[in-house]
Design a binder for this molecule. Structure first.
Ligand SMILES: Nc1ncnc2c1ncn2[C@@H]1O[C@H](COP(=O)(O)OP(=O)(O)OP(=O)(O)O)[C@@H](O)[C@H]1O
Length: 845
């Protein structure tokens, strides 16, 4: 600091409240800030401002215990140090924080606070007048004598310190040229002092008092060093002195006593870190790396950015559960009960999970398959995973892989990068704190790919039981044994899972629920859960089975139960309002019809009433109440209105969201025999359309198909347009083949397709019908839509066993191996009909 500057600090200063130490004028100190107040200050002041003034802040020691620091501004220490932020480094690890390097300029006194939020700003009065410092260092009278004694002690101290430490060398060079007035602050911040002592130096506004306060500290340090030198003769340990100076100088926040340093290493956090490293139970290679890093860390000045990186690395290494694990408490009978209690239906899945667990019980070191639950959203895949962890008594951690497109998300970044972090697997292990948790890899089918590498490839190593005992995260750079971790994956479809990854997993299909299953799930799980979430009891709200049926068919269209749960949640919220109002309503009002809407005059009266009893009658959600709460029904059986013209047929499609019914529409007009396809079709589907047209043209005579003019080639002089609503959703796959043929046959013959029939199947050019997938979901969708007859490929007959018998009984299945059989089943009276009276055949539904 020079005397020529004549620095004037602004009269308004933003304040940084720090627990970490005391900044004294003339010293440069590193502060780590993470409180909301301080982060705001850094963001909106230091990072935004461009002028020198904007980097000037007031640093006030926060004497309040950091554990009890709250949002409220604590009572401020009245004296602080104005400082310049010379460096700001941000990091998100282990939590968001900034590290500031601040050079102290001069003391100030807080006159009054101008504002408290988002960070405090105060009117301040500058206390040290920098421009008044004496050139060359002469002071008069008693003060002069005191300063001389101080100077000599400082020279003696600097002489005893290790010159290889840069701060010491710099201080020795500057000692003569520094104004004497600044020496107490500069030295107090370098020597070993407690925060309390530094606070006293800060508070000593009067120069003489400051000299008097600091001189004993200086002599104490000199005595201490003398003592150390003596002991060093007995136990040569050169690093000590370097370390002593470094810590005292750069981290004023730390309190070190000389005795502690000479004998007892326990308080020393470097020694503590070393002890933790040794106690972490790491395998030999990891331990060697840690000890090497530790050695480097000891030699590194704390001001080096690499210091923090290395330290973070070591802290992560000691936190990882190298040898910590939970003991499995597996009892198959209890597991069965628990799985049954948590989940209704899902029989096949639960059976396979129990087999898996049973084998684990018999052979604990099982390198078993990795289970992958595949099914539509909301069918309970994630929650079954959670139940498995519970049955095993293991920790559970979910890793969401949806949208992950960078392999370092899985494997971490190399430590050479700024802001490098370990990957999600290692992070998960650190969070659960044991090395045998259940990891649920959610949505493996939604992994992305990008220039930063393929995360699926990184997962290959994780999921391969032969390799994962030596999984190497880039950040750790040493192997971690993942073989004890139980991985379970979930996905909506296997189509987008990379084949190599799929190969490592055993796929368990979780199909959608039937209407009846949904009703049961709602009553056993969803309603009790939602009631609890909304603070309601069954005595306050009752949802009868009929209402649940209505919600399922009129307000949701899904394979799982997630939107059903949301609708029940909406009902609970509406009822919660009524119940809460009921606290104020008069008793006569409590019997008012639920859902009929309480009239407002009564509510007005109720304001004055002090009757606090809630309504005693439960609110029963009937149809009227349901309509009041959820509004008019969202989904209708639209089938009826749409099959009133020839050229429309209903197909069955399978999507990752479950089965769905799908309309196919066709129309024709005069033209040149062109085929137009719309509705976002994939290549396979387009090919099916061409196949269908060709087959129909070649069989036009047999089936009496004609163009508009009645000519035997349906395409002659006609253009055909085929459309697949909903137009915004991409569709692909061969299973619409039979539907397209039926739809076109209807168009070319002018006959209506039966309105209660849906179909699925791939076609060949020769008119054969080939099997397709997703039969259970498709049949459930047709059943949901109220259709009665389902035409499927003959070779899919075996899949019908999966369908619950009561649903099978309600449907009429026609299995077909040729298109001829399909057409005969799709039209009333067969195809072609013996006697055709086209327009009189009405839609049947
Ligand atoms: N068979 C069931 N019994 C009881 N509750 C169920 C059942 N199936 C689903 N649920 C409930 O449905 C909700 C959604 O389930 P979950 O989150 O596990 O779905 P998911 O299949 O993992 O969906 P996504 O693929 O979108 O992740 C949960 O609250 C779960 O408890």
């Amino acid at each position: 600091m020079s005397s020529s500057g004549g620095i004037q600090i602004p009269s308004r200063l933003p304040l940084l409240l720090t627990h970490e130490g005391v900044l004294l004028p003339g010293s440069t100190t590193r502060f780590s800030v993470d409180s909301a107040r301080n982060m705001q200050l850094v963001k909106s002041r230091l990072l935004k401002g461009t002028s020198l003034k904007s980097t000037m802040i007031g640093v006030i020691p926060n004497t309040k215990d950091p554990e009890h620091d709250s949002d409220e501004l604590p009572s401020l220490h009245s004296i602080g140090t104005a400082g310049l932020a010379v460096q700001v480094v941000g990091s998100n690890w282990p939590k968001p924080h900034y590290t500031l390097l601040i050079t102290g300029l001069c003391r100030f006194r807080v006159s009054h606070l101008l504002r408290e939020r988002p960070f405090p700003v105060a009117m301040v009065e500058q206390l040290d007048r920098l421009e008044q410092y004496t050139e060359g260092g002469q002071l008069d009278g008693e003060l002069g004598e005191l300063s001389q004694r101080f100077y000599q002690a400082a020279v003696q101290l600097v002489g005893m310190l290790d010159m290889s430490v840069p701060v010491v060398a710099k201080l020795r060079r500057l000692l003569d040229s520094l104004p004497r007035e600044t020496l107490p602050d500069v030295l107090a911040s370098m020597i070993r002092t407690s925060n309390l002592e530094k606070l006293q130096v800060l508070d000593a506004v009067d120069l003489e008092e400051r000299f008097k306060k600091t001189l004993p500290m200086l002599t104490r340090q000199i005595e201490g060093l003398k003592l150390l030198q003596k002991t060093r003769k007995l136990r040569p340990d050169d690093d000590k002195r370097v370390l002593a100076m470094r810590k005292g100088g750069v981290f004023p926040g730390r309190q070190f006593s000389l005795e502690e340093d000479a004998e007892d290493e326990d308080g020393d956090d470097m020694a503590m870190l070393e002890r933790k490293v040794k106690e972490a139970g790491m395998p030999e290679p990891a331990l060697r790396v840690c000890l090497k890093e530790l050695k480097r860390l000891k030699k590194m000045p704390q001001s080096m950015p690499e210091y923090a990186l290395t330290r973070n690395y070591l802290e992560l290494m000691v936190e990882l559960p190298w040898s910590k694990s939970t003991t499995d408490c597996l009892d198959i009978r209890a597991a069965r009960v628990l799985l049954d209690n948590d989940h209704y239906a899902l029989e096949k899945l639960k059976r396979r999970v129990l087999e898996y667990l049973a084998v684990r019980q018999l052979k604990s070191a099982l390198k078993g398959p990795i289970l992958c639950f595949v099914g539509p959203p909301g069918v309970g895949k994630t929650s079954v995973g959670r139940s498995i962890a519970r049955t095993l008594g293991r920790e559970f951690h979910r890793i969401a892989l949806g949208g992950v497109c960078d392999q370092s998300d899985i494997r971490g970044h190399r430590r050479t990068y700024v802001g490098s972090m370990p990957g999600r697997i290692i992070n998960g292990l650190k969070m659960v704190g044991v090395n045998n948790p259940v990891f649920l890899l959610d949505e493996v089918d939604k992994l992305g790919k990008s220039l930063q590498g393929d995360p699926a490839a990184a997962l290959l190593e994780v999921l391969d039981p032969e390799q994962n005992h030596s999984f190497t995260d880039h950040y750790l750079n040493v192997a971690f044994d993942l073989s004890q971790v139980l991985f379970i994956a979930t996905a909506n479809t296997t189509a987008t899972i990379p084949p190599a990854l799929l190969d490592r997993m055993e796929v368990l299909q979780v199909p959608g629920y039937t209407q009846e299953e949904k009703v049961e799930i709602a009553h056993r799980h969803l309603i009790p859960h939602q009631l609890e979430q909304h603070g309601l009891t069954p005595q306050q709200l009752q949802i009868p089975q009929d209402t649940t049926q209505e919600i399922i068919s009129k307000y949701t269209r899904e394979a799982g139960v997630r939107s059903l749960e949301r609708k029940i949640g909406a009902i609970c919220r509406a009822v919660a309002v009524k119940v809460a109002e009921g606290h104020k309503l008069s008793r006569t009002d409590s019997s008012s019809e639920p859902g009929a809407g309480n009239n407002s005059e009564q509510e007005g009266k109720a304001e004055d009433s002090d009757m606090t009893a809630p309504p005693e009658m439960p609110i029963v959600i009937d149809q009227v109440a349901l309509k009041d709460i959820l509004g008019p029904q969202i989904f209708e059986m639209e089938v009826r209105n749409r099959l009133t013209l020839p050229g429309v047929a209903i197909g069955l499609a399978w999507t990752p969201l479950g089965g769905e019914i799908m309309f196919v529409e066709a129309s024709r007009m005069e033209g040149e025999g062109q085929l137009t396809l719309t509705g976002q079709l994939g290549d396979v589907m387009k090919e099916s359309a061409h196949l269908a047209i060709t087959w129909l043209r070649s069989n036009a005579k047999t089936y009496q198909l004609t163009n508009i003019a009645g000519c035997a080639d349906p395409l002659e002089g006609n253009d055909i347009h085929l459309h697949f609503p909903a137009g915004a959703v991409t569709k692909d796959g061969p299973s619409a083949g039979v539907t397209i043929v039926t739809c076109l046959a209807s168009l070319f013959s002018g006959r209506l397709v039966r309105s209660d029939v849906a179909m699925t199947g791939e076609i060949t050019l020769r008119g054969l019908v080939l099997p397709v997938g997703g039969i259970k979901d498709k049949v459930l969708a047709a059943h949901r839509a109220g259709l009665k007859r389902i035409i499927l490929p003959k070779r899919n007959e075996k899949d019908l066993e999966e369908i619950p018998s009561h649903i099978r009984a309600e449907l009429d299945f026609v299995t077909a191996s040729t298109l001829d059989e399909v057409l005969n089943a799709a039209f009333d009276g067969g195809f072609p009909a013996a006697t055709v009276t086209h327009s009189q055949i009405a839609s049947k539904l």
